[in-house]
Ligand binder design. Structure first.
Ligand SMILES: [Zn+2]
Length: 397
């Protein structure tokens, strides 16, 4: 059974120990400061006598270290070194997560902790329940207060029936032993945890929420955050971005959300008007007569795909064909005909689109497709109309 130095002393990052078992690339030591991960936190990285430790995991009471290419044998003494910069970041993140969830629970008591991710790349908590930016901001301020108060982080081992547990965050169904390790942050939070933490909230430096997005399963929310120097750097970046966004909108940072709301409202009104004009333009379309059959054709600006395909469906209910295009930053084309007209619309569509680097598909009597750019849209339209006309001329109905 490996002696876990990280639990007694989370600050320990250099240690001597002895190899007690070799399992191929994996080593078991009599004692280790390498944290094997847990509670959402990634395992440590570092070296054993200069050889890289690329993976660490727990196996019953043993901690296994993966050291590719090692030549150690049982009985060898090794010098262990934890990648301390990385571990400090993870400990700050982990302790920050305790604080953040604790404060989020104060502003939103129904909140349930679903999942935690504390890695070098990402720090987040996934929660179930109601949350919005106002409440997140409130919790973030409480976290920052706790950091400023320099609260000590201590551990307490208690029995399963200890009345102390009534005020602790603990999921009894996850506790297998008789005793439970509780991590206390001053007197503001108590949570069951077997992980590694900083010893004072001061060490976190800063905690900044950087994201609030919906997570799977549906209804859960993911709150991303940064700690320490990364939080400071990100806060500066985000401040500059919001200043630039306000400048671009001709607003001030304080009025940014209002200005954005107005812009979104305006855009929605424009889209409604555009759809109305588009529908009218489609209704006014005069068909040409090809071999006694109607052919509707036209190219429109910024008309949405739904409006165009609905119009095409309507046109070809009668014995008619249509070639409809819409141009925005890309080009979209619909080629359709009544099933009684024997023209392969997919062929007509692709023949026209391939000239401008586009493609599409569908059924023989209803094809849609597009090209990534609107350049050449008119040329493709002309080609599609010509191919459709040829097809209709040859149609033996
Ligand atoms: Zn913890």
């Amino acid at each position: 059974m490996t002696e876990c130095l990280y639990q007694r002393d989370p600050e320990c990052h250099r240690f001597e120990s002895m190899v007690v078992e070799v399992r191929g690339e994996w080593l078991v030591l009599d004692r280790t400061a390498f944290y094997p991960g847990g509670g959402g936190q990634e395992p440590d990285r570092g070296t054993l006598s200069g050889m890289a430790v690329v993976e660490v995991r727990k196996d019953d009471g043993n901690i296994l270290h993966k050291v590719p290419g090692h030549r150690f044998s049982v009985g060898d003494t090794v010098h262990g070194e934890i990648d301390w910069t990385r571990r400090c970041d993870l400990m700050k993140g982990h302790t920050g997560e305790h604080l953040l969830f604790s404060c989020l629970s104060r502003v939103s008591p129904e909140l349930k902790l679903v999942k935690i991710a504390i890695t070098s790349e990402k720090k987040s908590v996934i929660v179930g329940g109601e949350l919005d930016w106002d409440r997140v901001a409130l919790a973030e301020r409480q976290v920052m207060d706790a950091i400023a108060q320099e609260l000590p982080i201590t551990e307490r081992i208690v029995g399963r029936d200890d009345p102390y547990l009534t005020e602790a965050r603990v999921k009894m169904e996850r506790i297998h032993g008789e005793s439970i390790r509780i991590i206390e942050i001053g007197d503001m939070d108590r949570a069951a945890c077997s992980g590694v933490h900083v010893s004072n909230t001061r060490e976190i430096g800063m905690l900044l929420v950087t994201g609030l997005t919906s997570a799977r399963p549906v209804g859960d929310l993911e709150i991303e955050f940064e700690v320490g120097d990364r939080a400071k750097a990100r806060a500066s970046e985000l401040a500059i971005m919001s200043l630039r966004a306000a400048e671009a909108l001709g607003s001030t940072p304080n009025d940014l959300l209002g200005a954005l709301g107005n812009m979104i409202g305006e855009r929605e009104r424009t889209a409604v008007a555009l759809r109305r004009y588009g529908a009218r333009a489609l209704e006014d379309l005069v068909p040409s007569d090809i071999n006694g059959i109607k052919l509707y054709s036209g190219i429109f600006e910024s008309m949405d795909k739904k409006t165009v395909t609905e119009a095409a469906t309507r046109f070809v209910r009668d014995r008619a064909a249509c070639v409809l295009g819409t141009v925005s930053d890309r080009f979209m084309l619909v080629v359709a005909c009544n099933p009684s007209i024997r023209v392969n619309c997919v062929e007509v569509l692709n023949k026209a689109l391939e000239r401008i680097g586009g493609r599409g598909g569908g059924k023989a009597n209803f094809a849609t497709g597009g090209a990534p750019m609107s350049v050449g849209a008119e040329e493709a339209m002309v080609a599609a109309i010509a191919a459709m006309t040829d097809g209709m001329m040859g149609s033996d109905i």
